[in-house]
Design a protein around this ligand. Sequence first.
Ligand code: DAH
Length: 330
Amino acid sequence: MKEWYDAIEEAQSVERLEEIRISVFGKKGILAEGFAKMKSASDEEKAQIAKSLNTHKNALTNELVLKKMRLQTLELEAAMKAEAIDVSLYSASSQAGALHPVMETMDRIVEYFTAMNFAVKTGNMVEDDFNNFEALNLPKHHPARDMQDTFYFKDEMLLRTHTSPVQIRTMMQNKPPIRMIAPGSVFRRDYDITHTPMFHQVEGLLVDKEGKVSFANLKFILEDFLKYMFGDVEVRFRPSFFPFTEPSAEVDISCVFCKGDGCRVCSKTGWLEVLGCGIVDQNVFEAVNYENVSGYAFGLGVERFTMLIHKIGDLRSLFEGDIKLLEQFQ
Ligand code: DAH
């Protein structure tokens, strides 16, 4: 019998234990064999053999059960080890991408104006002199062109300096009324902490019958829009000049850094300039053959909005593609 105790002791798998169980307890197993042989023994011997066989039967049953539990625990531990996930392991593929903060800001702007029923229009990044300047009341040699120096091709083609030419293209292709915004990239010969050679603008234009569009309408929507973008800020309109609007205004919000107390970012004024706007100049309507209409327009820089929303000091950092920096704004 000792050999069977040894066999159980040495078994390395649950399958092997099962083989042993059959050899010991099966119909033709050694216990059955023992009990069969017992029949031919004398009564005295019978009692002794039966006692011994029953003792082994109980002891071997116990050994088998215990060994099975031990083996199953070992097998479970091995499986857990094999299937374990190393959470400290770096995996490049598990990094989810996200929108660039500039695009995210652009999306929010577009979201606001589409909710206000403005259609989204796109134009051409390579523009001609007529759409970018002339039709916007910026004739050749007009000094206001100096503020928007850009990259020129031959035949009076250039990289557009603002999204305002989309106003012209939209009016040339559609009859009034018009209610549009134009998000897109624009280009200028600039590079410092608040300017990059390529940046993004969103233009807005609303045109309706003569006398129907007022400065009050413009003021209302821009105030509402700026509160949507920046939260609880104060908004002020300052008289300014743009060739394509008359009257024109620049719009400021109370400084998001110092809440209007005056700091380095707002040059101690408490105000930050965020966009330009005005009532569309009649010369612009003349250039696109629109008669008896009135309208308002506005234009803004998306990078500037992004800097103010996320409190970023140097606009150029938005273009460096540094993931560590960009991740902070998710
Ligand atoms: N185009 C101007 C710029 O790039 C922004 C602008 C100002 C657009 C006033 C407008 C406007 O439509 O009415 O600086």
